[in-house]
Design a protein around this ligand. Structure first.
Ligand code: OGA
Ligand code: MN
Length: 277
């Protein structure tokens, strides 16, 4: 198969054009895709009319699919794949719209997933974009003072601080999780030796050695810096898109800025990662 890799507009991401993920690819192509993934942080494949099992096979090009955190969202015919749907309701019947704040996936785990992959199954006519921020470029763009301040800093990540509004299932997931795990605020990507800011505004409780107020203001300062337009790409979804992001060097959020009576459904795979260092 001949294919090309084209930059997307914005601070990160490339589109891989001409690869059909229903067909197995050779080792050399797999290596090129892995390289493009680490260098560009986000990969987009459009027009992938594939089954959930083919999606799972394709995921193995980039890593090892792992069990997902919230067990109620498994796809019944292929339970290692989960779904992300705007049709899920909270206990009070309101739509449960996840992922609206900037975050990186499962940073409350000792070994957070390397990557997350979504396959667009049903999309609203417009809107519902997923935005990504390039945390490697954001690190490079920090002032020397701020770099020095965070270079050896650690942060405590925990599943959720407030239990308000959680469903029974989510509360159970929280009870199962640890009190918090500590990760470096600057992590190194082993494949390329580059550094990235590793923060999660949704999950960081505090920075080690800083007061609650200092932690809040530093987290805000880093988030504001890292999510400037120049570091961000927002993906306008089409049915059949597969988008893969590197959780080690990006944050993401979804914009639920569409007509909520329209359905939005993705299939989701997460890939095993290692402890940040
Ligand atoms: C996720 C997530 C965003 C989206 O699956 O981890 O944040 O666009 N999804 O649905
Ligand atoms: Mn997410």
């Amino acid at each position: 198969m001949t294919y090309e890799i084209k930059p997307l507009s914005g601070g990160l991401g490339v589109e891989v054009i001409g690869l059909d993920l229903a067909v197995s690819i050779d080792t050399e192509t797999a290596e090129e895709i892995n390289r493009a993934f680490v260098e560009n942080v986000v990969l987009v494949f459009r027009g992938q009319d594939i089954t959930v099992h083919q999606f799972l096979e394709a995921a193995k090009i980039l890593g090892d699919p792992m069990e997902q955190y919230l067990s109620q969202y498994k796809v019944p015919e292929c339970p290692i794949v989960s779904y992300v749907s705007n049709q899920v309701k909270t206990d009070t019947g309101a739509p449960k719209l996840l992922g609206q704040a900037w975050h990186t996936d499962q940073s409350f785990n000792p070994t957070p997933p390397k990557a997350t992959m979504l396959h667009g199954v049903v999309l609203p006519k417009q809107g519902g974009n997923t935005c990504f921020a390039n945390m490697r470029q954001a690190y490079e763009g920090l002032s020397e003072t701020l770099k020095a301040r965070i270079d050896t800093l650690q942060a405590v990540h925990a599943y959720r601080e407030s239990r308000e509004g959680l469903s029974a299932e989510d509360r159970r997931a929280e009870e199962d999780s640890e009190d918090g795990v500590t990760h470096p605020v600057v992590r190194t990507l082993e494949e390329i030796g580059a550094k990235a800011i590793y923060i999660n505004p949704l999950r960081i409780k505090r920075f080690v050695g800083l007061s609650a107020d200092e932690s809040t203001s530093l987290l805000e300062e880093l988030t504001e810096h890292a999510t400037r337009d120049r570091y961000v790409y927002c993906h306008p979804w089409q049915k059949g898109d597969i988008v893969i992001w590197d959780n080690r060097q990006s944050m993401h959020r979804v914009l639920h800025n569409y007509d909520l009576s329209e359905k939005r459904l993705m299939h989701r795979i997460v890939l095993e990662g290692s402890a940040p260092h």
